[in-house]
Every structure is written in C-alpha cells, then in structure tokens.
Design a protein around this ligand. Structure first.
Ligand code: AMP
Ligand code: TRP
Length: 327
C-alpha cells in the first residue's frame, strides 16, 4: 500500500516562486510515489480578515494553480478544506488536548501577531496550528511536504497525535515533515535575510506566479546583490546564493554548473539569463492556468471532497467513539 502525503496552501495573497519552489514543485514528484492529498486551506486563510468575494476567487485560483503546475487529479486528491467538515470537528477535539504552552511557542504566531495590536490578535490565529494538525491527522498522513517555516507546525502535529494516542488509544499515524533541500526557503529579492513572502510590503520582494515577462525582468534587475562581482555560490553572498538557487531549481542545473557558466562574467549577464529562465517557466505555466475553466476546477474539487470525506468520516467515527461522544 502507498504511503500518504498531505499538504495545503492558503488562498490568500499572491502565490510566488517561493511557494512554487518550496512547496508545489515538491508535490509534483511525490504524487507518483504516494497517495497524495492537496488541500486549499480556506479556513486557515480566514484567521486574518479576508474579503469574502476575494476569498472565493482566490480559492478557485489556488486550485487552478495546483492543476496548472501539474498536480494530476487522476493521481492526487484535490479539495477545499471547508468542504470537508471533519477538519473543523477534529480541530476542535484537538483543541481540548492542545496546551496554551504548546501554541505560545509557535514562531509564525509570534511573527503574525507582532504585526497587530495585542488586544486585537485573534484566537483563530493562535489556534491555527491545531487546525493544521487536524488536517494532517485526519488522513493517517505519513509525510507532510512543506517549506521549512512550517516544520514547527508539523512538530506540534506529532505532539498532539502522540498525546491523543496515549490518552485515548492508538488512533492517529504520527506523520513526518519533509522539506526539499535547496527549495527550503526562497529569500526575498529585496532582502536576502527575509523569506520571499506574499504579504510583503514591496512587490520587489517576490516574483508572483502571475507576473508578466517585463515585470520579471524589472524585478530581477532590481534584485539586491552582494559586494564583489563574481558569480559564486557561498553563504557569505546570501543574495546571490538565493538567485542561484532559483536559477538552479527552475533550470535543473546544479549550482556548480551555474557557477561554471558564469566564470568571467558579472551580475549583469547572470541576471539577464536568470530573468529568462524564470520567464520561460512562467509563460507556459500562465498559459495553462488561463485555459482552466471554473467549471473544470469545480468538478475536480467536488470529486476530491467526496473522496476526502469518505476517508475522514471513518477516522472521525473512531475519534468520536474514543473520546466518548454518543453515536
Ligand atoms: P504560505 O505562503 O505561508 O501560505 O505557504 C504556503 C507553502 O509555501 C508552505 O508550504 C510554505 O512553507 C511554502 N513557502 C512559503 N514561502 C516560502 C518561501 N519563501 N520559500 C520556500 N517555501 C515557501
Ligand atoms: N499552515 C500552512 C501554511 O501556512 C498551510 C497548511 C494548512 C498546511 N494545513 C496544512 C500545510 C496541512 C501542510 C499540511 O503554509
């Protein structure tokens, strides 16, 4: 029997190359080897205020991005989190075993809540990782492919799964997180000490998956570089290292090959080529995206939710019984 993977992306903000290289591109290779579940996590997105119409639009868009990236609905189960009610139900039950002290440690919560007034930070934002644990545990997931920043949440998922199993008897498979090596974190183009982020203030932080060729060229020209002029892949040149990583991941050349290609040339040539590497990835991707209709993606999501519900319901029956909820 194939092992299971589960992963998800929130339908908020603009998806960027970091999301693609850190998350989606890993999924493509994994879907052959594993029984895969890819979710659009709309209930996570509403932990910060969203415009309702925009949220619906984004939810469809993310699902289309999955398809345009090559996630194959014949192999993988694609669905929307809120279409499978078991996610919220298990999330609640896990809340009863999660501890304040578990959640207080979460870096993402600390980062996100630091951006708003203390009095107005929402409980949903605090509780976000517990819902995520529910997503993962519901499906007896073995492996969770995510960007490095999500590993702490996967760790919490393991803690909650183990705690439930100890208290109520073996119920959940304890999953493992997996980050791809080079794709770990793609850094911001305007600041290599921060990760590329869809909530960044400046659009020069990221390459959006929807950027056109001219925008890509302009953003790469403007990307910060390190001192010196050689193209070398080194920790003391974090800006260049990040650009070489992007080049390498999209062109499938090794970082050493790329260094060798640019011996004797400077940032100008390198950046011109890098922009074209990105454009030749994005152009056909955007073409595929444009050709996916709402009807098509809705049909995929409906079938995906039906399949997910079947599996989730079996698990929830067991969970309710273990916890003592009357059948
Ligand atoms: P988010 O954009 O935070 O909803 O993340 C969606 C997925 O993309 C998660 O698996 C993240 O770990 C991954 N991700 C987000 N930003 C980056 C980045 N800059 N580099 C690599 N992976 C990322
Ligand atoms: N929290 C993840 C993020 O922000 C999204 C997510 C929600 C997720 N549920 C998940 C990722 C389950 C992997 C597995 O990127």
């Amino acid at each position: 029997m194939k092992q299971r993977i589960f992963s998800g992306i929130q339908p908020s903000g603009n998806l960027h190359l970091g999301n693609y290289l850190g998350a989606i591109s890993q999924w493509l290779t994994l879907q052959d080897e594993y029984e895969a579940f890819f979710c659009v996590v709309d209930l996570h997105a509403i932990t910060v205020p969203q415009d309702p119409a925009e949220l619906r639009r984004k939810t469809l868009e993310i699902a289309k991005i999955y398809l345009a990236s090559g996630i194959d609905p014949m192999k993988s189960t694609l669905f929307v989190q809120s279409h499978v009610q078991a996610h919220t139900e298990l999330g609640w039950i896990l809340n009863t075993i999660a501890r304040f002290s578990d959640l207080e440690k979460m870096t993402q919560f600390k980062d996100k809540s630091a951006k708003s007034e203390k009095e107005t930070v929402g409980i949903g934002l605090f509780d976000y990782p517990v819902l995520m644990a529910g997503d993962i545990l519901l499906y007896d997931t073995n492996v969770v492919p995510v960007g490095k920043d999500q590993m702490q949440h996967v760790e919490l998922t393991r803690t909650l799964g183990r705690r439930f199993n100890e208290r109520f008897g073996e119920t959940f498979v304890i999953p493992e997180g997996r980050v791809s090596k080079e794709g770990q974190v793609i850094m911001a183009l305007d600041d290599p000490t921060k990760k590329m982020s869809k909530s960044a203030e400046s659009e020069y932080n990221y390459i959006a998956l929807s950027d056109d060729a001219e925008t890509v060229r302009k953003k790469i020209r403007k990307a910060v570089t390190d001192s010196g002029s050689e193209i070398v892949y080194a920790d003391n040149k974090p800006a260049l290292k990040n650009l070489i990583n992007i080049y390498s991941l999209l062109s499938h050349k090794t970082t050493a090959d790329i260094e060798a290609m640019y011996v004797g040339s400077g940032y100008g040539d390198f950046k011109t080529d890098l922009a074209e590497v990105i454009v030749s990835f994005l152009t056909p991707f955007q073409e595929r995206l444009k050709n996916i209709s709402d009807e098509e993606v809705l049909a995929v999501l409906k079938a995906g939710a039906e399949k997910a519900k079947g599996i989730a319901e079996v698990k929830m029956k067991q969970v309710r019984e273990r916890v003592g909820l009357l059948a």
